[in-house]
Design a binder for this molecule. Structure first.
Ligand SMILES: Cc1ncc(COP(=O)(O)O)c(C=O)c1O
Length: 364
């Protein structure tokens, strides 16, 4: 790995001392540097790292008008020895490119993405909070950069990568509203792409759910309004009897969560549960609740890692799930992932990638 391709301009004044790493609000703090690259004349060029700051933009910037904008959310953390590491970074590179293809945007070479990550996060590794449950959240973002009004794919694009330290996402158990009317994604649509509009479309139903005391919407499918899909920024798992069930990502309606994939591996490898990826209807969940077979529900996602669900409301039906404490499958997965990141258990799946520290370049 070399930095030859990346022009580096360091900040002259780190802002790190202004941030209390033991008391962090999600998404409010940003570390010192950002990576940028531009797609011009059919190729990515001008790879650079600059002090984090504002990006000037033209009022007709196409991303703002027509929504060609995709992003990723990933984390770097420190193990108990203080070594900085990524979790499955190549999966994020691949998903960014899948989102790009669906949104008619250029892919970004995976090798270059990884090099940019190592260089950027290596430079800002002091921003990785050492506390358990905290991490450096990394946000790669690609958007249409043409200055033009008219509906067509942009010719120019920009890739940005920036990061910020975050604390634990949910401090409490989660209340879900199973949404009978509004939908997040339909077959043939863009639900499997991590694109800005998916989140915009979810704002109103999420706001209505929050006004009624819920934390998140549990999305149902667009055709039958019956099959569970996912939650806000998490995939969803149900423990029913001796089975753990999560909806399949075979249709293009559900984000292919990297935590979801990790949880599936952990469950299959480390527990005796029957693990199923299959369509699961809200009626089956209600029936399992009534018969006492619904033991647990939890969400999985980079930000929250695992979110334990306390309540699911579907119309008049209010399902309350008592905490399973140490018996919880979600807690088991969360502890497994946290201990893996801390370096306390063997990385048998090869998910941990140490951050390569950049050579110091005094001239930079
Ligand atoms: C809509 C949606 N579903 C699921 C997830 C979970 O995916 P991951 O585990 O890769 O963070 C996210 C977060 O990225 C998301 O935004």
């Amino acid at each position: 790995m070399t930095m030859d391709n990346i022009a580096i301009s360091r900040t002259t004044k780190s802002r790190l001392a202004e941030v209390d790493l033991s008391n962090l609000k999600f998404g409010r703090h940003f570390s010192d540097h950002m990576f940028l690259a531009d797609y011009v004349d059919g190729e990515w060029r001008d790879f650079r790292i600059e002090p984090f700051g504002y990006i000037p933009m033209h009022p007709s910037l196409m991303a703002l008008h027509y929504g060609q904008s995709i992003f990723e959310g990933m984390k770097a953390s420190k193990n108990v020895e203080g070594q900085a590491l990524f979790f499955r970074p190549e999966m994020h590179a691949k998903r960014l490119n899948r989102s790009a293809e669906r949104m008619c945007m250029p892919t970004f070479p995976e090798e270059m993405f990884l090099e940019a990550l190592h260089t950027l996060i290596g430079m800002d590794s002091d921003w990785i909070p050492p506390h358990e449950g905290s991490a450096l959240y990394i946000r790669p973002l690609m958007y249409a950069a043409d200055e033009f009004l008219g509906v067509k794919p942009s010719d120019n694009y920009r890739l940005l990568i920036f990061s910020g330290p975050v604390g634990p996402y949910y401090s409490k158990r989660i209340q879900l509203w199973a949404e009978p009317y509004y939908i997040r994604a339909a077959p043939g649509g863009v639900g499997a792409a991590k694109t800005a509009g998916n989140y915009a479309a979810a704002m109103l139903p999420s706001k209505l759910a929050k006004e009624n005391g819920y934390d998140q919407v549990l999305w149902l499918d667009a055709i039958h309004h019956k099959y569970v899909q996912e939650v806000g920024t998490m995939n969803i798992f149900f423990v029913i009897g001796d089975s753990i069930i999560t909806p399949p990502v075979t249709e293009d309606t559900i984000l292919h969560g990297i935590t979801r994939d990790s949880v599936l591996h952990i469950l299959r490898e480390e527990t005796d549960y029957k693990v199923e990826e299959r369509p699961l209807s809200i009626d089956e969940i209600v029936e399992a609740y009534r018969s006492g077979e619904l033991k647990e529900c939890f969400g999985s996602g980079t930000a929250a890692v695992i979110g334990d669900v306390e309540r699911i409301t579907y119309g008049e039906i209010d399902m309350r799930l008592p905490s399973r404490g140490e018996e919880s499958v979600g807690v088991f997965c969360k502890n497994y992932l946290n201990r893996l990141r801390a370096g306390l258990i063997e990385d048998k799946f090869n998910w941990i990638v140490p951050v390569e520290m950049p050579e110091l370049n005094p001239a930079g």
